[in-house]
Design a protein around this ligand. Sequence first.
Ligand code: SAH
Length: 466
Amino acid sequence: MIHLEKNEIYEVEIVDISVDGSGIGKVDGIALFIKDAVIGDVVKAKIMKMKKKYGFARLMEIVTPSPHRVEPRCELHRQCGGCQIQTLDYPEQLRFKQKKVEDHLKIIGKFEDCTVEPVIGMEEPFRYRNKSQFPVARSKGSKNGAEGKLVSGFYALRTHDIIPTKDCQIGIEQNGKIVQAILRFMEKNNISAYDETTGTGLVRHILIRYSFSREEIMVCLVINGNVLPEQKKFIRSLTKIPGMTSICLSVNTEWTNVIMGRDIIYIWGKHYITDDIMGVEFRISPISFYQINSIQTEKLYEKALEFAQLKPEDTVWDLYCGIGTIGLCASSRVKKVYGVEIVSDAVRDARINAQINHITNAKFFIGKAEEVLPNFYSSKDQVESEHPDVIIVDPPRKGCDPALLETILKVQPDRMVYVSCDSATLARDLRILADGGYQILKVQPFDMFPQTVHVESCVLLERMSN
Ligand code: SAH
């Protein structure tokens, strides 16, 4: 086995992508992480740092470019780091994500022969985000003391330096126009931008939300104060933009990296925008949690409900329900839906969403899934009288709490649908469920976040008959 030395240059073929989007190549079995190299490239890379079993190397030369390399749409993709794999063609992005799920199921879950379906991708894998947030600042200015320009864009990777951006390719086209209108308004009316180092200045962030189904736009300006001078002019500059539906201010006077403040002041139009999924109407407020990619969300939910094989007499649990989206989409096909969510604002939205859609068979609990479910089914009678036919879980990246999985194995739903945004914790949890008597019947990944390394999965499990 050769010993890899710092500053040595090696030629390697890139065979995988790491969690942060670096290319991975192997020299004598040792993995090297090489930024800006993509799957299929053969590169020369200089070792910068060696650990026991892996190392980091700098890309020096692309010897043979990958056949899957494409011209990135965004010239800033390297500085930004939001789209880690924009230089990889889309079919290869999807193949990479399918393999990632397969590898996790095999290595972490110890499932030897589990078929992972091809990833369901987007027809147009750009312009998909329904929510964007842009920080605002005044750039440092020139040496002769002249004030810098107002800028808005994104933070450069791992810093708080703003790189001005005219057009983020995964955001909607209108974003650019809205941001420019706001910066012009600020310049004209002498409105200051927030300065992170001193905690002074007014405008901190611009939040834009969009409903693809209704073409409605919400703009929320996050300010370090509770008054926006020249508010009427501000409104006038934004209402010219077609689709403008809601304009509000978020008051955030704290010295913090958290973007949104606690208080919202609605200054024009509705207090929400409306999006439709599977014929159900959802009101999105400035602070609501909502899936970022509406087009793929509908496909994901349709698949989740198809997997659930819903019947009119079923009782269905939607755990980690957010604003109730999955459960409410299921409600017309079943007897009863129970949703559980830890954030009380989201549960309030879920209840309002049930009401505006005239859904009366859905009930929502505020609390931890791992506490609400065991409490609900604390007696055997309850398990029998309200037997859970289907349990759907959609946890955050850290996956399900072991106490929840234990309860699920105890109450024995006939079917389970696991929606996951992290295939590593998914594989870990599936192993527990499989050991507890559930069989994995289908694994369907979705591309909710094109151009990034993330992948969403939807898994069907059924209880094996004893
Ligand atoms: N199913 C929803 C939300 C999924 S995101 C949708 O598709 O939109 C995961 C949700 O789980 C978040 O809303 C988060 O607030 C919630 N959550 C996190 N930990 C939780 C826990 N222990 N119990 C219940 N909900 C939790």
